[in-house]
Design a protein around this ligand. Structure first.
Ligand code: 6AU
Length: 266
C-alpha cells in the first residue's frame, strides 16, 4: 500500500496540484509536520508562523478566530509561505449544503478559496458538499480533505460513518485528496489518499475539553498516517517565547520524520 512508498514516489500518483505540491514539499523539507496556529491576535499568529516555518510542510489556520483579521494578513501569510517554503491549509470544516459551502468558500470576509491550497469538510451532508466545494476549488487547483474520524473522546465519526466517508472520497479523486483521520483507510489497496492527523502531543495525553493526544510515532509508524498536526504542544501558552517554540517545532519535526523513515524501511 501507499505507506510503503516515499512521499516523493507518491507525488507522481496524484493529478491534484495541491496534493502533489504537499508531498513534494514534505520530501524537500524533510518534514511531515503541520503546525496548527490557533491564536486570536495577528501579531502572535505571524510570530509563531515565522518561528516554526523552517520545520513545517504545512501551516494550518483557523482565520475565523483572529479578532483583528483583515485581508493584508493573508498577504503576510503568503510572504512567510514563500520565505519558509510551506503550504497553507484553512481548517474551515465546512458542513452545509452545496450552495452554501460554495459561498462560504469563495466569499465573505475571508475568501478562503483564493489563498488556501487545502481545506476540509465534514461528510455529514453527503456528496453534495463535494460538488459545492469543487465548483469553486477545482478550477483553482485546490484540494479537499474529508473528516473521516475525529480526535475527540466520544466522536460519532466512527464505523459505518467513516467507511462511507472513504466511499464519498473515492467518487471524487480529482478534488478529494485525502482525510483528516486517525489511521489509513481500510481497503485502500493500490489507491492513495493523504491522511492528516490531529490530536498529536508528546508531553500530555489530552486537554480538559475532550481532546486526545497520541505521539508522532504512534500516528506515523503504527497507524500509517502521513502528516502530524500539532497546535498547543508546540506553542504552549506564552506566544512570546519564539525560540522555545522553534525548538519544540524542531523536536516534533524530528520525531515525525524519523517515524516516517522507520516506516519506509519496514
Ligand atoms: O494540537 P491542538 O490540540 O492544540 O490542536 C489541534 C487542531 C485544532 C483542531 O481544530 C484540529 O486540530 N482538529 C481537527 C482538524 C484538523 O480538522 C480534527 C480533529 O479531529 N481534531 C482536531 O484537533 O486546530
Amino acid at each position: 500500500g501507499a505507506q510503503a512508498l516515499s512521499y516523493a514516489q507518491r507525488a507522481e500518483k496524484y493529478t491534484n496540484p495541491a496534493a502533489r505540491e504537499l508531498l513534494l514539499t514534505m520530501e524537500r523539507k524533510k518534514s511531515n509536520l503541520s503546525v496548527s496556529v490557533d491564536v486570536t491576535k495577528s501579531r502572535d499568529f505571524l510570530a509563531i508562523i515565522d518561528a516554526v516555518g523552517p520545520y513545517v510542510c504545512l501551516i494550518k489556520t483557523h482565520v475565523d478566530i483572529l479578532e483583528d483579521f483583515d485581508f493584508t494578513l493573508i498577504e503576510s501569510l503568503q510572504v512567510l509561505s514563500k520565505k519558509h517554503d510551506f503550504m497553507i491549509f484553512e481548517d474551515r470544516k465546512f458542513a452545509d449544503i452545496g450552495n452554501t459551502v460554495a459561498l462560504q468558500y469563495s466569499s465573505g470576509v475571508h475568501r478562503i478559496a483564493t489563498w488556501s491550497q487545502i481545506t476540509n469538510a465534514h461528510s455529514v451532508p453527503g456528496p453534495s458538499i463535494i460538488a459545492g466545494l469543487s465548483s469553486v476549488g477545482l478550477p483553482l487547483g485546490r484540494g479537499l480533505l474529508l473528516l473521516a474520524e475525529m480526535s475527540t473522546a466520544g466522536s460519532l465519526a466512527v464505523g459505518q460513518y467513516t467507511e462511507e466517508t472513504y466511499q464519498m472520497a473515492r467518487g471524487h479523486r480529482d478534488f478529494v485528496i485525502g482525510f483528516i483521520g486517525q489511521r489509513r483507510p481500510t481497503g485502500e489497496g493500490d489507491e492513495d489518499f493523504l491522511v492528516l492527523t490531529p490530536g498529536v502531543g508528546m508531553d500530555v495525553k489530552g486537554d480538559a475539553m475532550g481532546q486526545q493526544y497520541r505521539t508522532p510515532r504512534e500516528v506515523i509508524l503504527e497507524s500509517g498516517c502521513d502528516v502530524i498536526i500539532v497546535g498547543r504542544g508546540i506553542y504552549g501558552k506564552d506566544y512570546s517565547l519564539t525560540e522555545a517554540i522553534a525548538q519544540q517545532a524542531e523536536r516534533y519535526r524530528d520525531a515525525g520524520w524519523s517515524a516516517y523513515l522507520e516506516r519506509c524501511k519496514a
